[in-house]
Design a protein around this ligand. Sequence first.
Ligand code: ADP
Length: 492
Amino acid sequence: MKAGFEKIWEVVRMRSLRARIFLILILVGIIPTVIMEMVIVQTYEVKGVEQRTNMVQGQLKVLANHLVANEFLAGYNPNSPDKLESYKVIEAELDMLASLYEGRVMIIGPNYKVLLDTYNIAEGRTMIAEEVVKCFKGENLTNYDSEFGYIEMTTPIVSTTDDGDSTVQGVMLTSISDSTITSTLRSLNRNAMAFEIITIVLIVVFSFIVSGTLTSPFERITKAITEVKEGYSNEPISVTSYSETVHISDAFNQLQSRMKIIDDSRKEFVSNVSHELKTPLTSMKVLADSLISQPEAPAELYREFMEDIATEIDRENSIITDLLSLTKMDMSKQDLNITSVNIGDLAEIILKRLRPIARKKDVELILEETREIVADVDEVKMSLIMNNLVENAIKYNKEHGTVKVTLDADIQYFTFTVEDSGCGIPEDSLPHIYERFYRVDKSHSREIGGTGLGLAITRSAVLLHRGTITVSSQEDVGSIFTVKIPLNYVGG
Ligand code: ADP
């Protein structure tokens, strides 16, 4: 119900693509139809008036010639009892013309006097209308009054002398009804209206169907995405009707596979964490059980086993500490505590802290600083980066080996390089060393207290600073880790 209402609301707000297509098709279909109908009706009206006027004018001209030939203007007297036969014929012709066209004809003489009126009203009166005056000057006028439904026209009665001079002797002022035009127009309008209604209905139905068909691939894509969202399907979606839907499907499928990768890595991470945390617990359980099963066990054995248990507890502790700093690294993207830090001083502090471990293996620690570097970094995370890399360089080094730490900078970045003379990393392991819990040699790493999380933490911290970390390594020769970080922190 709510979804239905939302759909209608979308349509009303014209946010729906279907509604827009529907409206455009309707406008494109209906506007030309209406304009066409208007133009046809209008043209018919103009043509109708023109045709009727020409027809009447032709007959009037013939009559005007009759009038001239019979010297009607000079000799006609409407009230004379013994009119010439020819005048009677002309009167009859004029009456016929007037009744044929449902109109009125007046013949106006040279002094603007009405000689003949088929209505028999205006005879003897003077008619100085504008059009009559203009017609005497040789201008033929036609005027259509659509409101009152008549066409008015003037026809000059012209006599021509033998020399070819012509003079306007009188004027015929005629008005005829437009009834035939209006009745044809009315039926034309009726037909056009019926045609228009049928066309509009067809256009609306057509637009409804076409807009639905055109937008249906998008409906299909939404349905397919909803199925995946609801968990009914894990299959990649595919709607190939348009290149746009192909792009949407591809983008969604990529998103889906990325989510799957994230989900798989989360599952793997959880299972790795459980496994790593279980290992020390299992050792402790074995140690404790064996003590319990020997009630008479000597005190030295107790002591030895308790020391082993304490080592396992330390191990459990360091895994948990590393896991916590890794989680923090994931969460604290926004709240990096950026301050201006002297990188050389920080490196010295780290090396000083690690010197006792190095001394145990007789590893020489060298710090080389080409210039003073001050950078905007999070000091805690930066020391974590340095500490992990230098500690690894010591841990995976040979007895009497060296670890060389170099600091350098250009105008944009500073680089922190840790070079060791240790066992190196096999080439096929290089792409994996930043993965959580990855260790090249699991048992050796465990022996020297590695959790497999150090480089994962380091990489996260470097990325938080928008920096890069690279490694080049050769087995039995050593490894070089290079960290490159912008001098000025660019957030975002
Ligand atoms: P760990 O806690 O095991 O040291 P790290 O994430 O720090 O875990 O390192 C992952 C693995 O990469 C280590 O187990 C080790 O095999 C390898 N590694 C890291 N640094 C070095 C190095 N400097 N020389 C040789 N191998 C290294």
